[in-house]
Design a protein. Structure first.
Length: 264
């Protein structure tokens, strides 16, 4: 394809769907990966292999196929933990999608306990969020009486960080933001926002999209919810990462739920 990146054809060959043409005979060009990504052949082959050879109920089938499916499932958890730099595999919690992961975090913060968000507390997000990182916090603040506040962005699509001292204060309990905006393509200053959030007793949650190097280790008291639909993997394989500070760990049969030793 003339005028495009020199290695683009090599990349395109990894994705079978890109070998088709449009009704007018042009090569298919797909630019909606932030919504739903296409799958490379290696992922399609892995999915077919599982369905043809290893399909069974994970962690609840006491036979050969069940053992193989469970081993592959838990092996996936190890790979995710390594990919995001989690210190322990049990910090990775599989969910149906990033929306469920964010709702899990928000709903947990509504529960009675020392970490409960309530009247007088502040939740801070941004105006460039996907709705999955807006609605859970709207519902949380409505249920608990907390205030919801917003970072705005300028004409260049960049967050207005001049508001940071006004928005992130001793009253701020949650700072939640996208790493890469699927609305604007903006890459937000994660390190700066995280550093500022940790200067007050807040917890934060970042909804991120792939393509940026990531490490969970440097920042305690946080959760991160990757968007599975934007990964070149199965349709919805996301997880939420939550640093575990307790001494007990989930059992093999309950690792898809939150660790009971972790504060909300």
């Amino acid at each position: 394809m003339e005028g495009l990146l020199p290695d683009l054809e090599v990349v395109r060959k990894d994705f079978p769907i890109l070998s088709r043409t449009t009704p007018d005979g042009r090569p298919l060009v797909y630019l909606d990966s932030a919504n739903t990504s296409q799958k490379p052949q290696v992922v399609i082959d892995a999915m077919v292999d599982h369905l043809e050879r290893h399909n069974a109920n994970v962690a609840r089938a006491m036979h050969l196929l069940g053992a193989e499916a469970t081993e592959a499932f838990e092996g996936g958890r190890d790979k995710v933990a390594s990919f995001i730099g989690a210190s322990e595999r049990d910090e990775v919690i599989f969910t149906k999608n990033a929306s469920e992961a964010l709702n899990l975090v928000a709903n947990t913060l509504a529960l009675p306990g020392p970490r409960q968000v309530g009247p007088g507390d502040v939740v801070v997000t941004t105006e460039m969020e996907h709705h999955s990182n807006i609605v859970p916090w709207q519902m949380l603040t409505q249920r608990t009486g907390a205030d919801l506040r917003w970072f705005t962005f300028d004409d260049q699509g960049l967050l207005d960080l001049s508001q940071v001292d006004e928005l992130i204060t001793e009253r701020t309990k949650v700072v939640t933001f996208t790493w890469v905006s699927n609305m604007l393509g903006t890459i937000n200053p994660v390190a700066e926002l995280t550093r500022r959030a940790h200067e007050v007793p807040s917890r934060w949650s970042a909804r991120r999209t792939p393509g940026c190097p990531t490490s969970s280790r440097p920042a305690p008291r946080r959760s991160s919810s990757p968007s599975g639909s934007a990964l070149p993997s199965t349709t919805s394989p996301p997880s939420t990462w939550r640093r575990c500070t307790g001494t007990s760990r989930p059992s093999r049969r309950t690792r898809s739920t939150a660790c009971p030793a972790c504060p909300a």
